[in-house]
Write a protein that binds this ligand. Sequence first.
Ligand code: FAD
Length: 401
Amino acid sequence: MREEPIRILSEPCVKCGICVKKCPYNAIAMERGELPEIDLEICTLCGACVQACPVDAIKIREKQADAIDDATRDVWVFVEQHDGNIQSITYELLGEGRKLADTLQSRLCAVLLGNGLDGQCNDLYQRGADLVYRVDRPELAWFQDEVYGAVLVDLVKRHRPNIFLCGATNQGRSVFSRVAVAVHGGLTADCTGLAIEEETGLLQQTRPAFGGNIMATIITPNSRPQMATVRHKVFKEAERDPNRTGKEMVETVAAALLKSRAQRVKFTMEEESTVNIAEANIVVSGGRGMKDPENFEMLRDLAEALGGGVGASRAAVDSNWIPYSHQVGQTGKTVCPKIYIACGISGQIQHLAGMSSSDIIVAINKDPEAPIFKYATYGIVGDLFQIVPLLTAEFKKFLTK
Ligand SMILES: Cc1cc2nc3c(=O)[nH]c(=O)nc-3n(C[C@H](O)[C@H](O)[C@H](O)COP(=O)(O)OP(=O)(O)OC[C@H]3O[C@@H](n4cnc5c(N)ncnc54)[C@H](O)[C@@H]3O)c2cc1C
């Protein structure tokens, strides 16, 4: 029989209670004179108690070691779908997942939860999946983190992937944290780079750290699966190969896992964001230099003339000039349009993190020393309130010819 993932050894334990105080999750309790007890439902195996114990009486790794031994080599990708439409982040993950699976000489598996989505498997094979785990239930028709999380946990426990990837999207961020805690997986959020370490075969997960000033590469050697949420638009979508086929595994799950405390009353699209900037080919963004929310109308005109969307810096969003869904950057969206026009944006590293891979960057700024000019393909030094309307008028003339 396997040991618990964490245990307190009665022999060296001196019942000092330090572990109780140090546990950030209040998962350890101790009656006076008794051995401390760990509530495994709450414990996340973070290891804080192990480090704090002065007599080395807490042991944590056994179950993790089992998890590592039991893990397959498979690379999994969570399929994000809205109303049955597979989202482009999934294809980006399949492209990157394929490379990881090829390096590990393992299978790439897609995990598809929903209702009536049997027709979507071919699409996933053609984009690189060898196997699709599909759970088809009416309760999964729309995304609920509680239910989706429970089903993913069940699948992970039964099939034991080595690596599990998901988009750093609203869905991914809310469901993956639940799964990681429940399966004691090692999760790195918001990755912008993935690779396999040659000597160990571990997943190297790279993400911005310390306010975007450095890139940190993280490994999770003691946990399986190695889990990462991945930023949208950082990786290219997997090319479609119409000749590729794969295998489907239709999974059944216990009815108890499908029970939810939440009920969807209705779904309302945010009215403001008419164009999803993460998908747009042209993005016109405004920053603090816009000075006033009304002035964003000028950017909407230019974006409309070009058939693009409107983005913003965090300074503009924090000033309540435009909703958060338009924010570009480290704590907003990553965009990769053909043309990115930055108006009154200085080009701080956190903003660049969300747009620097755009094909063409046009910067309009009255300060010739603004950092954005170092990254711009074309720089216009001047007052945006004069330049933007001129550009809009010219594009309108040119594009309606
Ligand atoms: C942890 C963390 C996460 C962050 N995440 C993000 C993020 O996701 N996205 C983001 O954008 N920022 C983010 N930031 C904030 C970031 O550091 C900057 O503060 C922000 O990007 C600045 O926005 P800005 O360029 O609009 O404003 P400013 O830096 O104030 O620049 C305004 C620019 O407008 C120009 N200007 C003014 N008037 C005119 C005019 N009439 N014509 C032309 N140019 C003019 C000025 O010369 C100046 O260069 C984050 C910060 C932290 C610490």
